[in-house]
Design a protein around this ligand. Structure first.
Ligand SMILES: [Zn+2]
Length: 218
C-alpha cells in the first residue's frame, strides 16, 4: 500500500474524495433529464409546465442549479495548494472576516445565507486572501449543513497549510427555518471550529473572537 507520493493521511483522504466526486459527475444525468425533473416538480406543485409563463422555467432553473452547485467541480485542496509563499518570519494571526456566502441546505435544498470568518496562525506558508474566499465558495456551492461546512473549511486549511492553528466561525440564516417550517425570520445559526492554537489557548481564541466581533471599529 506504499504510495510513492509522500502525502499525509488527510491528503490521501482528499484524493479519495476527489475520485468519488469524479465518479458522481460521470453518473450525472443529462441536461434534458434535469429539465424533465423540474417539469415534474412544477406539476407536483399544481401548475402546468406548458403554460406560457413557465415554458422557459425548467431551462432557467437547471442553469441556476449550475451556479448554486458549481462547487462540485472544484477541488478545495488544489485551490490552497496553488499559492504557497514563504512568510519571512510572519507569525501573527491572519484573519479574513465577513466572507459572504450563499449555500443550500442538504435537507430542504433551501438557501443558507451567511458569512464566514477565517483565521489561522501561519507556520511555514500563507495563501493569498482571495484563496480563502474561494475556499468558502467551493464548499458553499454544494449541498451543505452548516456544521459540516465549518469543519470542512477548517480541516482543509489545516491539511494544506499546516498552520499552528485555524479558527472558522460561520453565522448564517437558513431559509428552511425562516420561510417554512417553524418560520423564525431573523434567527441565525452560529457554528465554529477551532484547531491547534485556537483550541488550546483561550487567549488566542479571545483575540480572534474580539477581532471578528469588533474589528477594532467599536
Ligand atoms: Zn434545511
Amino acid at each position: 500500500m506504499n504510495k510513492q507520493k509522500n502525502l499525509n493521511p488527510e491528503l490521501k483522504l482528499a484524493e479519495t474524495l476527489a475520485a468519488e466526486r469524479q465518479a458522481a459527475m460521470a453518473r450525472r444525468p443529462s441536461r434534458d433529464e434535469a429539465e424533465q425533473a423540474i417539469r415534474t416538480l412544477i406539476r407536483w406543485a399544481g401548475d402546468d409546465p406548458d403554460r406560457e409563463g413557465l415554458t422557459g422555467t425548467p431551462e432557467r432553473v437547471v442553469r441556476a442549479y449550475g451556479e448554486y452547485f458549481a462547487g462540485y467541480h472544484d477541488d478545495p485542496v488544489e485551490i490552497l495548494q496553488r499559492t504557497f509563499e514563504e512568510v519571512e518570519g510572519y507569525d501573527e494571526m491572519v484573519l479574513l472576516r465577513d466572507i459572504r456566502f450563499e449555500s443550500h441546505c442538504e435537507h430542504h435544498m433551501a438557501p443558507i445565507i451567511g458569512k464566514a470568518h477565517i483565521a489561522y496562525l501561519p507556520n511555514h506558508r500563507v495563501v493569498g486572501i482571495s484563496k480563502l474566499a474561494r475556499l468558502v465558495e467551493v464548499y458553499a456551492k454544494r449541498l451543505q449543513i452548516q456544521e459540516k461546512m465549518t469543519a470542512q473549511i477548517a480541516n482543509t486549511i489545516q491539511e494544506v497549510l499546516q498552520p499552528l492553528g485555524v479558527a472558522v466561525v460561520i453565522e448564517a440564516s437558513h431559509q428552511c427555518m425562516t420561510t417554512r417550517g417553524v418560520h423564525k425570520p431573523g434567527a441565525a445559526l452560529a457554528t465554529s471550529r477551532m484547531l491547534g492554537a485556537f483550541r488550546k489557548s483561550a487567549a488566542t481564541r479571545r483575540e480572534f473572537l474580539a477581532m471578528i466581533r469588533g474589528g477594532g471599529n467599536d
